[in-house]
Design a protein around this ligand. Sequence first.
Ligand code: TNX
Length: 603
Amino acid sequence: MEHIRLSGKDILVILMTLFLGTSGAAVNIIPKPNSLTLGTGTFTVPATVILYSDGQFSDSTLFWVKQLFLKAGKVVKHSASADAPIYSHIRIRRVSAGSQFDSEGYSLIVKKDSIQIAAPTSAGQFYAVQTLRQMLPPQVERGPALVPATITLDEVTIIDKPRFARRGLMLDPVRHFIDLNYIRETIDRIASFKMNIFHMHLCDDQGWRWEVNGYPELTAKGASTQCGGGAPPSGTRWYFTQQELKDIVVYAAQRKIGVVPEIEMPGHCQAAIACYPSLGTSGSWDHNNVYTGTDVGQSLMDINNGATQLVKTFCQAVLTQAAAIFPGPYLDIGADECYNSTPAGYQNFVREMETFINGLGKKALGWEETYGKFANSTSISQIWNSAKDQPGTIFSWCNHFYLDQGNRKGDPSAHFWCAANGTSIQDVFNAYPSLPNHIGVEATLFTEFADPAKGYPDRQLFPRLTAVSELGWTNVNNLSWNDFAARVAPFGGRFNMMGMTWYTAENLVTWQTTGCPTYPNDTSVYSDMLWSDVPVDTILISGIALIDQKNTRRGVAAGFKLYDMRGRLVSGKTAQLQSKSMNGIFFRVDDTRATIVKVLKIR
Ligand code: TNX
């Protein structure tokens, strides 16, 4: 047998091959896909990405794939030519559902020459795109300016589907008002981790945060303050109009997320009582003022001797209007911590509202207190205060999934009533043995202490929400803390690129942020990108946008006209096309109230 002599150069090549061979470990996806097989080669993303799709469900997928590669600085072309199935770089197929996929499952195959996505539904296709998003450099989260010119992906075959059908986040824009911009950002972030429910806590003792026709005081007075007091800065308001809520529903639906409105009754309702004092019982707090403290459980509508007609009329009116705004199947009545209610009064009220909700064609949802109180088996309770493995409930046990609890002891942005020493990302992850019989998982962020003005919601949510997303998606047999901790580490850079003020002091993970600096005090957001197959010169926006010219790699000052929602010219504002010859446009929106809606006119 002939002996092989290796030169130093050969050894180097072998070592590099070995290194590249194991670089597949760099396919770090959260939540962990249920099957991931690495190949040996790589795919280099070309400067012009040609996209082909055969599916009738794939319109939105095309949008998201285009969006992703435009953010990566590539030109994207959608080809319908007969050759496209062979010569395209990205191929999207609709396949029939089956045990391999379920309704949200997908496969994503990266080969030397192409990326192939197959899924039975547009939701599955969307999740394939989110997996791809995480395979691209983290800089894509911030747009093309920082993305490395050459992007290489490892060959891989991913076949994936979720463990639970409900994977949610509850956000509380009541205790501290959370503006539309942060709501949109949060929805986009949770979508990137394949979560599909956004639960909005819309009223409580400290505020009423949505417009209700026929009850003007709810927003005039009920939205006038928040935890810790204070009032909205001039020119702003601390509530959402019905139109804004409808816009949130659309924005979320584009990301395969359903919005669940929670209208708290018969407790957690001091803001409503302050507006309409006869709604309250004599035992509750001072009837005339919106509460600004952090206590819970005192306010109560007048229900103990049977709900009064006034209470019924009010609750039915708000539920009816909520049903018209939110198209999803559930209306959530909260109904937690009604400490001044009698058992019979509470029980009757919950059943009455459940019946009314069913009459609206919807299903009822409520916190743990409603468990065993609802009559209809379609109603759901959300468990927050116990580990009880109650079948058919949503798991939100505060020990693990209340992200308003501190990251660690003494955290100023947090509660500690449930987890005295805080809940680390590992504590969140360690919830997984507790949830075999639930229908889903949901993290919560109540905001008594998580003041958005201080950037606190971000540090409460991230990085811990990534662990919630993994528990909601990944098969229990594939879960391991050590594996998760290694895989989540590079997301530090992605969080920076997403502009988060995340909790970096988490020493259980060796965060990697190289090449991904933070953006302190950056309140601007990057818009979704728009695309058109021909150059664009007029953009329709809502609000007012100023376009940053610093950050575009191939920027040309073009002075495009901007129009508001009604199509009126917004004078003095200019938009910039990233490149006239490109089919993508990319904006930095400095006024965070602005959203670019669509291309109005193409040249
Ligand atoms: C309990 S848990 C509440 C909220 C508070 C939260 C603070 C539940 C259903 N209700 O009203 O904001 O604790 O962590």
